[in-house]
Design a binder for this molecule. Structure first.
Ligand code: F0G
Length: 351
């Protein structure tokens, strides 16, 4: 074989696909679970990062997309559509290309990170920028797929959740148990729903003895679940989770309640601090939305909501290269040097 076969093959008995289906895969999954030493010291916990930026298109969306696209092909579908803040569209574009399907992506105009747009372009998606936010795009995509022969591959399509639940399986397979707490960024709320489903399945089959508490973090300007009402004009630097009316709201609340978890908001400043800390101290470059799980980890550790001594997994959902603009915003411009070692030494204050 060719090593790790992708998650449908790896979790054959737990992720259902149609009998005899051709599996559409880019060998997603099997992402690193990295111990985070600095974060562990800061929080008094044992902290691990589930690094989903290591997936083929650089985010956790590939877990759901391999399953959605495998179903689409088996069903004889020709075209798929999604609404996206960028990562779903990047993943849909790549997996559709692999499957030989047409993909259309509806994205909020001017509000998706450059790397994600580049992915949709290069994989040949039909990119439709919409004069509206993600919530408007999702409504449009739903209506279009209801009336025209095109399949919706957003996480309102339940097979997406089936793929994404494997993130929880992998965590347990590596740790030999579930963590005490699992921290996730929350936007449309599909991923926290999926992780909880994965943990619950492992627990009911006796693979793990206990399930973790699910901690979900939203950006303060886009925190409908925290506030208990939709946000009509969501705002945040973390464009991936700039969502005011999450589709999986009720399922996410159910996960919180069943797991004795919590939802909490983190400010853009906390998100960017966590983003820089992860990159500079742990060597892990994530996109801003992903850093909200770390911002939430630090916030809940500081005020005691996160018990010290806990084993904690934080899913960092997307790669930092997705959003080069945010990374480069902190860059100081310096004059180019002459080709001269003395100039280099002077610039580095070596002498
Ligand atoms: N992190 C990243 C990097 C994301 O792209 C998303 C969602 C989330 C977290 C939140 O996950 O929606 O399941 O609660 N991105 C979607 C998209 C909305 O269109 O790519 P969620």
């Amino acid at each position: 074989g060719a090593g790790w076969p992708g998650l449908i093959e790896a979790y054959r008995e737990r992720v259902e696909v149609p009998e005899g289906a051709r599996v559409v895969t880019l060998h997603e999954g099997n992402t690193p679970l990295i111990e985070a030493q600095h974060l562990s010291e800061l929080t008094g916990c044992r902290v691990y990062l589930k690094v989903e930026g290591a997936n083929p298109t650089g985010s956790f969306k590939d877990r759901g997309m391999t399953v959605a696209m495998t179903h689409a092909v088996a069903g004889g579908i020709q075209a798929v559509i999604c609404a996206s803040t960028g990562n779903t569209s990047a993943s849909a574009a790549a997996y559709a290309a692999r499957a030989g399907l047409t993909s259309a992506v509806l994205v909020p105009q001017g509000k998706i990170a450059m790397g994600k747009l580049a992915q949709a372009v290069v994989h040949g998606a039909k990119i439709l920028q919409v004069q509206g936010n993600f919530d408007d795009c999702l409504e449009l995509a739903r209506k279009t797929s209801a009336e025209y022969p095109v399949t919706l591959v957003n996480s309102v399509n339940p097979v997406r959740i089936e793929g994404q639940k494997t993130g929880a399986f992998e965590v347990c397979d590596v740790l030999g148990r579930a963590p005490d707490v699992h921290c996730l960024p929350v936007g449309n709320a599909g991923n926290i729903t999926a992780y909880w489903k994965g943990y619950a399945e492992y627990a009911s089959d006796g693979v793990i003895e206990a399930t973790p508490r699910m901690f979900g973090f939203q950006a303060a300007g886009s925190a409908p679940i925290v506030h208990g009402e939709p946000v009509s004009s969501p705002e945040t630097v973390a464009t991936a989770i700039r969502i005011g009316s999450p589709a999986s709201w009720q399922a996410a609340l159910a996960a919180k309640e069943a797991s004795d978890g919590l939802f909490s908001a983190v400010t853009d400043e906390q998100i960017l601090d966590a983003y820089r800390l992860l990159a500079s101290r742990e060597g892990v470059f994530v996109e801003p939305a992903s850093a909200s799980s770390i911002a939430g980890l630090l916030d809940t550790a500081a005020d005691g909501r996160l018990p010290s001594g806990s084993t904690v997994v934080c899913t960092v959902t997307g790669h930092g290269l997705k959003d080069p603009d945010t990374a480069l915003a902190g860059m100081v411009e310096v004059e180019p040097l002459p080709v001269d070692p003395n100039a280099v030494a002077t610039a580095l204050e070596l002498s």
